[in-house]
Design a protein around this ligand. Structure first.
Ligand code: FAD
Length: 648
């Protein structure tokens, strides 16, 4: 039943997502933007042409619940629960044998195919992926309001990594023609948001009243003490809490007198930032909600589960008087250790994030699929999905196909062939590879390769991928942002912890919206977790939350949040929202070790090092293999896995 509040929010309004129920196309087709999409799900007949082979198949334009969309994960969960094989039929033998079968069509899987073909140009390769689109986390959202293309990253945001790109990863970028620093210099259109700054919205459920305050803490690095004092005095919080926030933000106190910089770092690495605030800086506990989610975007958990030293690296306040020497520390996490070390600038955000890298790799592997040749023209190029799985092509990408068994014939680690069974549209198929690269997620591998040594399977299961949501909301114009003088808004107590206009980029034929009356995408982020638990348990709880949340709940929260935050600028959620895509990633970032909870393993003994050992003709790629959620690590691991197979 529609309530009055739902009507005000526009829950009854027609937007493109209504053609999709939780991300699944209803009926034969649905109007999206200017185009017409055939159904992405199968008709009843098992002999029906695969959806990706039908003209017009174009998943980037789908709205609703994307990321781990319905239809992509159920078989995996049945395998986990031990139910899959009970009801599985006999696999149909495809009769195919490939030089290499790759499980997982993300950056790691695509890079593995590229590296293999670079050394074996005649090789025949099959890539299987369970999603309806390739790219893994590096996917794109495409909207076309008023016939203008608007792009957002559905996952991977940018080429940027805490550690310098390796020779291998940088070499791949070079071969694709991607020179990040040059592209950033040439394509960023920062002037589009000239005069707009950063604000914090205090919501009544968390802070007692709804209030938007400009001049926010993350601008403090570049703020003067007067600006900080002005911000602190505007907060809708009791005076003593504001005083503590100001004291924290401007602190010049040495909380550990007599200790060396290294000793201080060690001490900070053994306490959470929340503990640092409460027990070292001794702020009022009501200060914490303003900072609780400041680590969400990078680490996927709040300040209760991130050590204070890693928060020093990302410039959270309170450390000014400690006079810590710049530089890394062995107890920092991978990300913080990297950011604490100097490196030259090497970053670029394509309008669709690193989906552009995935698309360029696909273009290299299957030239007939995608026109063009440069990083500029890939952005607006249309991929012809019907070309991805052609018999005559040496490289084939088979979507909607989840591997459920990867076994060396006779289950002997040194045999020359691996049988891969995959499920597609509820039917099982067998294909064969002389070698297999597992570029999927570590925790899935023990279910697929049960003959692996127990110690390796245990190590593969160790990391719990970080659940997260990137939401793209197409709105009619951004006058409300302009009226409020903001392009970035932190919402520390709300459902999504931020709502921002995307970094404007003009590249090739793509133009980011320049004037406030143009349609634009708002990017929102949510990291579901459960403060107080260990990091891995928080991720498990967050994943459960994500998988049990309906699109309707997301939509209601999004409308409510944008209405309250932007309303004073003239935004009306019922009138101004054109489309919503919720990219949910229950298995998102690779888990990186957190020494508040994990032990410091001796070299070579960490779970990811044990987990990535080759097993006969099966090698393991993907970013879990380095316990680091970055594009370059996914590429590095692909290269290692390929070399292991080619050298054995
Ligand atoms: C929301 C988000 C934002 C990110 N932002 C950045 C960023 O800005 N910069 C950066 O460097 N990194 C970023 N990362 C990390 C980066 O995206 C990853 O490290 C990298 O893309 C991982 O690539 P991959 O191929 O190893 O894994 P994935 O991209 O996860 O690809 C693996 C694929 O294998 C599929 N698969 C799993 N099991 C099976 C099976 N049994 N059968 C068939 N297919 C299977 C998966 O569904 C998936 O499609 C981000 C990650 C996320 C989730």
């Amino acid at each position: 039943m529609t309530t009055q509040r739902d009507r005000e929010l526009g829950m009854n309004r027609r937007i493109t997502r209504r053609d999709f129920l939780n991300g699944v196309a209803i009926g034969l087709g649905a109007a999206i933007g200017d185009g017409f999409l055939p159904s992405l799900i199968w008709a009843d007949s098992a002999n029906e042409t695969a959806p990706q082979d039908k003209p017009g198949y174009y998943p980037p334009a789908l709205t609703g619940l994307r990321g781990s969309h319905i239809g992509s994960f159920e078989a995996a969960h049945n395998l986990r629960d031990g139910n899959f094989w009970k009801s599985a039929g006999k696999p149909v033998d495809t009769g195919e044998t490939y030089d290499l079968v790759i499980v997982g069509g993300g950056i790691s899987g695509l890079a593995a195919a590229y590296f293999w073909r670079a050394q074996k140009p005649d090789a025949r390769i099959l890539i299987l992926d369970n999603h309806d689109d390739f790219g893994g986390h590096a996917k794109r959202n495409e909207f076309s309001p008023r016939s203008k293309m608007l792009l957002a990253n559905g996952g991977t945001w940018a080429i940027e990594s805490p550690t310098p790109y390796s020779k291998v990863a940088r070499g791949l970028m070079d071969e694709l023609g991607i020179h990040p620093a040059e592209l950033a210099e040439k394509c960023y259109a920062r002037d589009n948001y000239k005069g707009l700054s950063h604000g914090v919205f205090f919501d009544k459920e968390t802070f007692g009243t709804d209030k938007l305050v400009t001049g926010a803490p993350s601008d403090f690095d570049n703020s003067t003490p007067d600006q900080i004092a002005k911000f602190a005095s505007n907060l809708p919080l009791p005076e003593e809490v504001c005083r503590d926030i100001l004291r924290l933000e401007t602190s010049s106190q040495d909380f550990f007198p007599g200790l060396s910089s290294d000793e201080k770092k060690d001490r900070l690495s053994r306490m959470s930032y929340k503990k640092f605030l409460l027990e070292v800086v001794r702020v009022d506990a009501r200060v914490v909600p303003l900072y609780q989610k400041r680590t969400h975007g990078l680490y996927g958990v709040g300040i209760d589960a991130v050590n204070a030293l890693d928060c020093w690296v990302i410039a959270l306040p309170g450390f000014g008087g400690l006079k810590l020497e710049p530089g890394p520390h062995p107890r920092m996490g991978y990300t913080a250790r990297g950011y604490a070390s100097p490196k030259e600038p090497y970053s670029f955000h394509f309008p669709d994030g690193n989906a552009s890298i995935a698309r360029m790799l696909v273009r290299k592997l299957i030239p007939a699929s995608t026109p063009g040749s440069t990083p500029e023209d890939i952005v607006t190029a249309k991929v012809d999905y019907t070309q991805l799985d052609r018999k005559e092509s040496p490289v084939r990408i088979r979507l909607g196909s989840i591997a459920v068994s990867v076994r060396q014939t006779n289950a002997i680690a040194n045999t020359k062939e691996v049988a891969v069974i995959y499920s597609r549209n509820g039917e099982l198929f067998t294909t064969r590879g002389k070698s297999v690269v597992m570029a999927c997620w570590n925790m899935m591998i023990p279910y697929l390769c049960p003959e692996m040594p127990e110690r390796q399977k245990e190590a593969l299961r160790y990391g719990v991928k970080i659940p997260l949501v990137y939401t793209s909301v197409a709105i009619k114009n951004w006058k409300s942002f302009q009226n409020l003088g903001l392009s970035r808004i932190s919402t520390p107590g709300m459902y999504h912890h931020e709502a921002n206009l995307d970094l404007p980029v003009n590249i090739g034929d793509y133009r980011s919206p320049k004037t406030p009356d143009e349609p634009i995408l708002v990017r929102m982020e949510r990291m579901p977790c459960l403060p107080g638990l260990s990091e891995r348990d928080q991720h498990r709880a967050g994943r459960g939350d994500l998988l049990s949340t309906s699109f309707e709940t997301f939509e209601r929260n999004i409308r409510d949040q944008l209405g309250r935050v932007l309303g004073p600028g003239g935004f009306d959620p019922a009138r101004d929202i054109d489309a919503i895509t919720v990219n949910r990633w229950p298995h998102g970032y690779a888990y990186e070790y957190n020494y508040l909870f994990d032990i410091e393993w001796p070299a070579g003994q960490s779970p990811c090092e044990i987990a990535r050992k080759p097993f006969g003709r099966i090698a393991i790629a993907n970013s879990d293999a380095s316990a680091a959620a970055y594009t370059d690590t996914a590429i590095n691991e692909a290269h290692r896995a390929v070399q292991e197979l080619l050298n054995s």
